[in-house]
Design a protein around this ligand. Structure first.
Ligand code: SF4
Ligand code: SF4
Length: 715
């Protein structure tokens, strides 16, 4: 080929080479993704664990059944983790199926709904399924058999609702985890402050022997479970991975779920049967390799883990608006004629269920809630099925022989080898026996999932889990007590600080007042000294001023005449008014008016006399000296004023105040008399009298306050 031809073909060759490289890269990337996915879906392992007999076949022989409705349904207010719900109904209320009868109390709590229509016949403590055997507050409904539903809110397309609205719906329907401790599902789906959720795990392992409730649910309701997972995935903002873990001893459930999962991006991971692979932390480790930290939550490692039953309950709550009022429960044990799974209304008494499964009381050893590994025995069969009751195991003595008497620990270490939480069970056992709470916490007692593996493998048959349960209870109790006493101590210290602060403030005020009082006393002393020097001149000044005023008045005969004329005219007018009133008065009023008229006539005479005198003086020489009568009156007044001033000067301040108050009281009494008189006379200047009286009363109040302050030692 010529050089020119080669140059022309060069770009095409380069293009082909590039295409080939890109294709190789794409193929490698696809291979890498496929490998990663395969690796992801390959279950890992967790430490320890055991392989007890499954005993699953007894209860999977027939489909999920039903039993007749019980006469009474007993609904505990606490069927979940967190706070008890608060009753919304009262005794005698008629309720409908699905009606909310108790409201969640706070974030970590769950509402309770009526599983059937009927009447509330009791709200009282009743037996409940709990290891403590203690009674709890319950609402008891006597069913009427009508099964009348309350109005529900179905939703055909959940994508029309926001995740927040869906969470509200789930919360409102009282959904709690149905495979474990019953943690409120809405709280799990809305992890506050947790890291971003990238994986949703659905737990279909059901590793505990005898229990097949989830197995049967997956076989029969796989579609509903997958629809529920779709809703959960939507709420969690489409996490990267949705893994459904199922143990390989449930081939029928795996097949049903695989068929239902077709067309979705959810992955079913089949894991080898080993107990306790259904433990939340163990399943997370199996499926993702991530380890939930000590006392941490799955949300801390970006995972939410829910049970298959919970997923189905979420679907029914969102699609049909149905609250959680029933669940699938395994009823199993050789002491029963019929062993199977039933969908039973929450609140159904266990006695009622056993009756409908042909219980042989002679054969029965005990009633266990849950399985033989993690379950607990109940004494009272009146206790009801609650949201977390996944199994009623009623074994015979041959089937589940009573535990042999515990022997001493031989320190074999089997328990530590088998513990799936990598704890040291024998150490925990010693510390639990010694009630050493500090050491128990240091050895991570609260990471124990109470799986019972350690007890299962213990050659000395030590009921290790019972010790851990009791120790956990004691620590929780001690924590509560400590919290209470801490709160009480905080309150006490806060009060002490508050009182000290108040006392300091009072003391500061007292010191300030004392200083002001000292200053005032000093000032007063100086004033008194200064006044003492001036007393004589001051008094002389007062007398001189009074004389001058009298003289001034007396030295103006025209003013005196004018005043006398006004008084005479006023007295005359009053007499005339009273005369006309007397004419128009009734017999009852006459006596009083006659007396008033007489007094008025006397005043008129007096006024006329004064007028005559004034006229005479006005006619006399204006420069004359005051008359004897006037001079005597003035001298009397001056003498009185001087005596009063002298007495006052000799008084202490408290005495002076008391004297002022007494004087003011006298003046008030007189002012009241004057006012009454003015009223009687219908005087035109009543307001002036009233104002004068008010002024005096105000002055008296001020003086009395002053006296009170002085008595309290205030400045
Ligand atoms: S298995 Fe039992 S006997 Fe062995 S170390 Fe643990 S507690 Fe002790
Ligand atoms: S019960 Fe607790 S200590 Fe015992 S094996 Fe299980 S997790 Fe470990």
């Amino acid at each position: 080929m010529s050089l020119n031809k080669k140059i022309q073909n060069a770009p095409q060759a380069t293009l082909r080479r590039r295409q080939a490289i890109e294709e190789r890269h794409t193929a490698r990337e696809a291979q890498r993704i496929a490998n990663e996915k395969a690796r992801e879906l390959r279950p890992r392992d967790f430490p320890g664990g055991v392989h007890p007999p499954g005993n699953k076949d007894q209860s999977t022989g027939e489909p999920i059944g039903k039993i007749p409705l019980a006469e009474d349904l007993v609904l505990p207010l606490l069927q979940h983790s967190g706070a008890s719900a608060l009753p919304l109904v009262k005794l005698g209320d008629e309720v409908l199926k699905g009606q909310k009868i108790a409201e969640a109390d706070g974030l970590v709590s769950c509402s309770v709904h009526a599983p059937s229509s009927g009447k509330v016949i009791a709200i009282e403590p009743c037996a409940v399924p709990h290891p403590s055997g203690l009674a709890e507050d319950c609402i008891v409904i006597r069913t009427n058999g009508e099964e009348r539903w309350c109005e529900l809110e179905p939703c055909e397309d959940f994508t029309l609702l926001s995740p927040v609205a869906l969470l509200d719906k789930i919360r409102d329907c009282g959904i709690a985890g149905m495979g474990g401790a019953g943690f409120p599902t809405a709280v799990k789906l809305d992890p506050h402050g947790g890291r971003e959720i990238d994986t949703l795990i659905i737990n279909g392992t059901e590793c505990e022997p005898y229990i097949t409730a989830d197995d049967m649910l997956m076989r029969e309701q796989a579609e509903e479970i997958i629809d529920g997972i779709t809703i959960l995935s939507y709420i969690l903002d489409m996490p990267e991975r949705v893994l459904i873990g199922i143990e390989d001893n449930k081939p029928a459930a795996i097949a049903a779920m695989r068929a239902a999962v077709n067309g979705t991006r959810f992955d079913i991971v089949v894991i080898p049967t080993k107990y306790p692979s259904g433990g939340e932390k163990q399943l997370i480790q199996l499926l993702t390799g991530r380890e939930v930290p000590n006392q941490g939550l799955p949300a801390n490692v970006g995972i939410v883990c829910l049970n298959v039953g919970t997923a189905r309950a979420v679907y029914r709550a969102v699609r049909f608006g149905e609250p959680l009022i029933s669940r699938v429960t395994t009823v199993v044990g050789k002491a029963l004629e019929r062993q199977r799974n039933i969908e039973v209304p929450i609140g159904t008494p266990i006695r009622h269920i056993l009756k409908h499964h042909g219980i042989h009381r002679g054969l029965m050893q005990k009633v266990i809630i849950g399985g033989p590994m993690m379950g607990y025995t109940i004494d009272d069969e009146c206790a009801p099925v609650i949201k977390t009751t996944n199994c009623l195991l009623v074994p015979t003595s041959e089937e589940l022989p009573p535990a042999p008497v515990a022997q001493a620990c031989i320190r074999c270490g089997f328990c530590a080898e088998a513990c799936p939480a990598s704890l040291l069970p024998q150490q925990l056992y010693w510390y639990a026996r010694a009630d050493d709470q500090e050491k128990l916490q240091a050895y991570n007692l609260f990471d124990c999932i109470e799986c019972g593996v350690c007890s299962y493998v213990c050659p000395s048959s030590i009921p290790l889990v019972q010790y851990y349960r009791a120790a956990k209870g004691a620590i929780r109790q001690a924590d509560t007590e400590r919290e209470k006493s801490d709160r009480a101590r905080d309150r006490f210290e806060f009060r002490k600080l508050r009182l000290e602060k108040a006392e300091k403030e009072k003391e500061a005020k007292r010191v300030a007042r004392r200083k002001v009082a000292e200053l005032a006393r000093e000032q007063q002393k100086q004033n008194l000294e200064a006044e003492g020097a001036k007393t004589d001149t001051g008094e002389a000044d007062i007398v001189a001023a009074a004389l001058a005023r009298i003289k001034a008045r007396q030295e103006d005969p025209k003013q005196l005449l004018a005043r006398a004329e006004r008084s005479a005219a006023s007295a005359k007018s009053r007499v005339e008014r009273l005369n006309s009133k007397l004419e128009a008065a009734t017999q009852n009023q006459r006596n009083q008016l006659a007396a008033q008229l007489k007094a008025a006539e006397l005043k008129l005479q007096e006024a006329r006399h004064k007028l005559t005198l004034a006229r005479r003086r006005a006619d006399r020489d204006p420069a004359r000296e005051p008359g004897d009568e006037e001079t005597n009156a003035a001298v009397r007044a001056i003498t009185k004023a001087r005596a009063a001033a002298e007495t006052r000067a000799g008084m202490r301040s408290a005495e002076r105040l008391a004297a002022d108050i007494e004087a003011l009281r006298n003046r008030i009494r007189k002012a009241e008399v004057r006012l009454q008189k003015a009223r009687d006379q219908n005087a035109t200047n009543l307001e002036a009298f009233e104002a004068a009286l008010d002024k005096l009363q105000k002055k008296l109040e001020d003086k009395m306050r002053e006296q009170q302050s002085a008595q309290n030692g205030e400045p």
